[in-house]
Ligand binder design. Structure first.
Ligand code: KIV
Ligand code: ZN
Length: 515
């Protein structure tokens, strides 16, 4: 490799910020481990000042993840930098990423200040951030709509103040690849101290150009790409990590640069992000879409059978797409599950075999055959329905037909107590939810309810994703089961457990205050 491009993953910051419901701390930890296995150079994992929950998640990731540099975002104000510095303290390698807008549009209408004042704020913040770490990144928000001369002035001052990475985002996904490359060339040729910093790019995908713009910037001399798994992020999203990384790997001959991403981890990371963030991947998405390696036309099929590279520039295995559709049944032992999971890229520490195997047998009895995607879904859902949860589903019986009103009986354990209730409703799901409401005494508002199928055909599992409101707060519940009513009840119980946990946390806080 001639030269290296740093991969800066921002799935847990720019990506997360675009989700309808924020991720739980557990979800973030799970994804953080997955992202670090991709061997990214930097992972931006949150915006610590934005909420106590974000602060805690960043702090926990900083404590648990080694390898990549752990980064937090901070506006160019002292309280943001201080929160970020504190949250990142436990990290082996830490980076503070601070930013301020520099375009005339943002300065006039959003910040209502001059470029000179914004530059002063940037300089002050960078200096403050340097008290916490030597690794400080500065971003000129809306750089692509900032006049080149203004950009040069701000960048020079930021480097003098101690920023070692300068990021020039196309915040609104507006420019074309040649324009973006011209901006990078201009900065490299006109900022006297530019050799003291790494130039970074951060592209949004409003016109579908985020990946093309990032690669054009690399060709012009940028050496860090900011990106997210599956390209999730604000509005139309960010540059997709898997596409940028595979372009660098597949076309290293032409670009004369590469990156350190472990490509075999890509598929698994993509599946996990899609599931946990409830953002399905479009089938024709490059690299990770369901059809990315499927050949339909007879001529193409004939070609790949004769020589794979006639119609395939990379093999599915390169990006970790499993080529073996081994089906598992209730006769399969634990070692088969473990073997299959390791082929899918999971480590033993990613799951608890006892509870996974219990769920596996229950599902195998219901469905007959358990597929790879079932196993992956179970790993995720076992993590959110852990045995320590206060509310645990015991059973659900629901009935409905076209002639009579639907009814459901639900039994759950609430701590030590076993309770059951029956209710009727417009459909079996509503009846089951009403039964749960009677048991718990808590009326929940459903803001959004989505039912999806995980897997293929009639054997697929029902996956329910819902956003629910209780006492002014929103909660994100998910549930998975062969039966749709049961999946819905799991999702609602997930919500009840989140409410229970939130109440526990706030009463602990009050006790601490009082004490
Ligand atoms: O899009 C953007 O400009 C950003 C910055 C905070 C880097 O996300
Ligand atoms: Zn962004």
């Amino acid at each position: 490799m001639q030269d290296k491009v740093w991969i800066f993953d921002t799935t847990l910051r720019d990506g997360e910020q675009a989700l309808k419901a924020s991720l739980t701390e557990e979800d973030k930890i799970l994804l953080a481990h997955t992202i670090s296995r991709l061997n990214v150079d930097v992972m931006e994992v949150g915006f610590p000042v934005s909420s106590p929950a974000d602060f805690r998640a960043v702090q926990r990731i900083a404590r648990e993840i080694s390898g990549p540099s752990i980064c937090g975002l901070a506006r160019a104000v002292s309280k943001d930098i201080e929160a970020c510095g504190e949250a990142l303290r436990p990290a082996e390698k830490r980076r503070i990423h601070t930013f301020i807008a520099t375009s005339p549009l943002h300065l006039e209408h959003k910040l209502r200040m001059s470029l000179e004042d914004a530059t002063e704020m940037a300089v002050k913040s960078i200096k403050l951030a340097r008290n916490y770490t030597d690794d400080v990144e500065f971003s000129c928000e809306d750089a692509s709509r900032t006049p080149f001369d203004d950009l040069c002035r701000v960048v020079e001052r930021a480097i003098d103040a101690g920023a070692s990475t300068i990021n020039l985002p196309d915040t609104v996904g507006y420019v074309t690849p040649d324009e973006y490359a011209a901006m990078i060339h201009h900065i490299r040729n006109n900022v006297p101290n530019i050799d003291k910093a790494r130039l970074s790019v951060h592209c949004h995908n409003d016109l579908g150009l985020a990946v093309a713009n990032s690669i054009a910037a690399v060709q012009a001399g940028a050496r860090q790409i900011e990106c997210t798994i599956n390209g999730i992020g604000e509005r139309a999203g960010n540059c997709s990590l898997e596409e940028a990384a595979m372009i660098l790997k597949m076309r290293e001959d032409h670009l004369q640069v590469g990156c350190d991403i472990r490509s075999e981890e890509i598929y698994r990371a993509s599946r996990q992000v899609a599931k946990i963030c409830n953002m399905p991947v479009q089938p024709n998405k490059a690299i990770v879409g369901e059809n990315a390696f499927a050949h339909s036309s007879g001529i193409h099929q004939d070609g790949v059978l004769k020589a794979q590279n006639t119609y395939e520039i990379m093999s599915p295995e390169t990006v970790g797409v499993p080529n073996n559709q081994l089906n598992m049944t209730s006769r399969s032992g634990r070692h088969v599950i473990e073997h299959r999971l390791s082929e899918l890229g999971y480590q033993k520490s990613d799951y608890d075999m006892d509870s996974l195997y219990e769920s596996f047998l229950a599902l195998a009895d219901q469905k007959g055959t358990v597929y790879d995607y079932d196993l992956e879904a179970m790993i995720h859902f076992n993590q959110i329905t852990d045995k320590d949860s206060f509310y645990q589903l015991q059973f659900v019986n629901a009935s409905s037909n076209s002639q009579s009103i639907a009814s459901a009986t639900v039994g759950i354990a609430m701590g030590e107590q076993l309770k059951q209730e029956a209710a009727t409703g417009n459909g079996p799901v509503e009846a089951a939810f009403l039964a749960l409401e009677r048991i718990t005494g808590k009326a929940i508002d459903i803001v959004e309810y989505n039912l999806d199928a995980t897997g293929q055909g009639a054997s697929s599992l029902g996956q329910v994703d819902m956003i629910a409101k209780y006492d002014g707060r929103q909660y994100h519940g998910t549930g998975l089961a062969a039966d749709v009513v049961e999946a819905s009840v799991h999702a609602m119980i997930h919500v009840y457990n989140l409410i229970h946990r939130a109440a526990k946390v706030s009463s602990l806080k009050q006790q601490r205050k009082a004490g």
